[in-house]
Ligand binder design. Structure first.
Ligand SMILES: [Zn+2]
Length: 297
């Protein structure tokens, strides 16, 4: 067990890194670690995570009662307490608002596509916990649905949450989520994603043990069945990963993304009359808009 003064210093360091990397702005974000079997060491409310000192931390019990510290514990303490209740294996919790991952959380797009091997072997999939008012009891309820099966999740229109067996393990998962979100965004801007086939995903899942990574839950055998169970309010017991059958191929071009990509020319992509691209000069477009405005009057 790492000593208290070391853990205080580690929280300061992780806070500094989160702020330096732009994962938090102003006083956003919070960090906690287990201190023995019955206490938590936690960041205080209303401080910038980039400028903390070891003496600022609060010590609470597992019900959130403050035992030590000049400041009050984090405003998101309830969310942290819920994670420790649900996951005895977790020793650290990190919450931040990394902008690209949070963009996905705002768009309602989970990071659950089979795209990067290192994400599949470490986090698996990253779902989105339903929107909840920050700092209220709603947030732990939203997190409870996913936390048994996931070490990282997005929080709808809010940010991201990661957990780990130690503080740096939890923090690195936050880095992985933001990195994955950036790569996913670039691939989608480029117009397509080649997905890792289900057979290869199964192989990577088998490698989790080889790397000494203990994911909290297996990848769902039937993602649509698992999503239906989630919709009916059941907590997640496996990880939904979007991975198509490969039919012998290890990468599968994603047709959905390709269909949504901008069409380069009408000739190259014959479609229905409504979908075909047309080109107008600025003068022609202005005339059309003026016409439309005249007819409105
Ligand atoms: Zn937050």
């Amino acid at each position: 067990m790492t000593g208290e003064s070391q853990l205080r210093g580690d929280i300061v360091e992780v806070g500094r890194r989160m702020y330096a990397r732009g994962y938090t702005a102003s006083n956003d974000g919070n960090i906690s670690v287990r201190l023995g079997s019955d206490r938590l060491l936690m960041t205080p409310k209303s401080v910038c995570k980039g400028f903390m000192t070891p003496d600022m931390m609060c010590i609470t019990d597992l019900d959130g009662r403050k035992l030590q510290g000049d400041r009050d514990p984090s405003s998101e303490m309830l969310m942290h307490l819920e994670v420790y209740r649900q996951r005895p294996d977790v020793h650290a919790v990190v919450h931040a608002h990394p902008p690209t991952a949070t963009g996905f959380a705002v768009a309602g797009i989970p990071l659950d596509r089979a795209v990067l091997a290192e994400v599949l072997t470490t986090l698996g999939s990253i779902p989105i916990a339903e929107y909840a008012t920050p700092s209220t009891k709603e947030l732990p309820e939203a997190v409870r649905k996913y936390i048994r099966a996931h070490d990282g999740m997005l929080l709808a229109n809010h940010g991201a949450l990661t957990v780990g067996g130690d503080l740096f393990g939890a923090y690195y998962k936050m880095e992985t989520i933001e990195h994955f979100a950036k790569i996913s965004l670039v691939a989608r801007l480029l117009g397509r994603e080649n997905l890792i086939a289900r057979e290869e995903v199964d192989r990577l899942q088998g490698l989790r043990g080889t790397y000494g990574i203990a994911a909290p839950a297996p990848i769902c055998a039937d993602p649509s069945e698992a999503l239906a169970a989630l919709d009916s309010g059941d907590p997640a017991v496996c990880q939904v990963v979007q991975a198509p059958e490969g039919g012998g191929q290890r990468l599968v071009a994603d047709l959905v993304a390709r269909a949504a990509a901008p069409k380069r020319s009408a000739a190259a992509t014959p479609g229905t009359e409504d979908e075909r691209e047309i080109r107008l000069t600025y003068r022609e477009l202005s005339a059309l808009i003026e016409d439309a405005i005249r007819s409105l009057r």
